[in-house]
Ligand binder design. Structure first.
Ligand SMILES: [Zn+2]
Ligand SMILES: [Zn+2]
Length: 299
């Protein structure tokens, strides 16, 4: 028997994590299942992206990094525009299955893609450069709902962005980086992970999924190191899961101690399983340091 294809290996790791989350935290089953098909298909698409030849690998500039300038930056990701529609049609069924209410909005979007009234390429550029108002402007011009358009664009680019970060990440591992934002793309982290014997703290990028080490006791968002103004909240009987809040900047990051979870091989769905901690932090008036697909909670 041959080994499973890499894209299937990645998808089955995510599936195993989702099964574990549902087993350990049954209250989030619905939301895990809503995102299940989408995360799996994104992972398969990522696995199918061909890696460029080594000679085109990026050379990272230690001097720039030491000044706190990310290696690529969000706007620097190369997204092959010829594949965007194809990726959209791969992801749309999973979105409809997970969120049946979006079907009519996606139908409008699909028509706009096809009749050319929507400038997908420009929209992706604005999304990468974090110009949300420009993304919304393009959506409104094509009579597409801005919220669904932004969500869909984020899903379409994610496999390419993550693949690129996987390629660049290893070249950064020996370089000094003490910032709370991602050394690859400059986005804020959505997760804080404790790993290894010494329990080093790793931050995971909310956009490209790259992970980097960071001071264990500092707030990633404002560099606050005053322990008097930092607080950890736990849910009852959930050792190892916590939310780290900072009273100085009023932001928080979800955190998982992975030292006794050696069998856990991915954190793709981890923050969905910690939504109960989003609720605790947001009820206290803190805001997530990074917006994810699932942490903007309805009030
Ligand atoms: Zn990143
Ligand atoms: Zn802070």
């Amino acid at each position: 028997m041959s080994d499973p294809k890499p894209q299937e290996a990645g998808a089955s790791r995510i599936l195993a994590e989702m099964e574990r989350i549902k087993r350990e935290t049954p209250s989030v089953t619905n939301i895990v299942e809503a995102f299940e098909g989408l995360l799996l298909e994104r992972e398969r698409i990522k696995g199918e992206i061909e890696t460029p030849e080594p000679e085109s690998a990026l050379t990272t500039d230690p001097a720039r990094l030491s000044k706190g300038i990310p290696a690529v930056g969000r706007a620097g990701f190369a997204i092959p525009t010829s594949r965007l529609k194809d990726v959209y049609y791969r992801l749309a069924p999973a979105m409809i299955k997970g969120f049946p209410g979006v079907r009519p909005k996606l139908e409008v979007l699909g028509r706009a893609f096809n009749d050319g009234s929507l400038d997908l390429e420009a929209a992706i550029k604005h999304l990468l450069a974090d110009r949300q108002n420009q993304v919304e402007k393009i959506a409104r011009a094509a009579r597409v709902k801005p919220d669904i358009f932004s969500f869909v664009l984020g899903q379409i680019v994610r496999p390419f962005v993550e693949k690129e970060a996987e390629r660049i990440g290893p070249s950064l591992s020996d370089l000094h980086w003490d910032k709370g934002y991602c050394p690859v793309c400059g986005s804020w982290p959505s997760l804080s992970l404790l790993k290894g014997k010494e329990g080093r703290r790793w931050l995971k990028c909310s956009f490209c999924s790259h992970e980097w080490t960071h001071l264990r006791t500092a707030c990633p968002f404002c560099e606050n190191e005053d322990l008097e103004t930092m607080e950890y909240s736990y849910a009852e009987k959930r050792e190892g899961e916590r939310v780290e809040v900072c009273h100085k900047c009023k932001r928080y990051v979800l955190s998982l101690d992975m030292r006794d979870r050696l069998d856990q091989t991915t954190t793709a769905a981890t923050s969905i399983g910690l939504i109960h901690l989003d609720i605790i932090a947001q009820d206290k008036g803190f805001v997530p340091g990074a917006v994810t697909d699932w942490n903007v909670l309805d009030k």
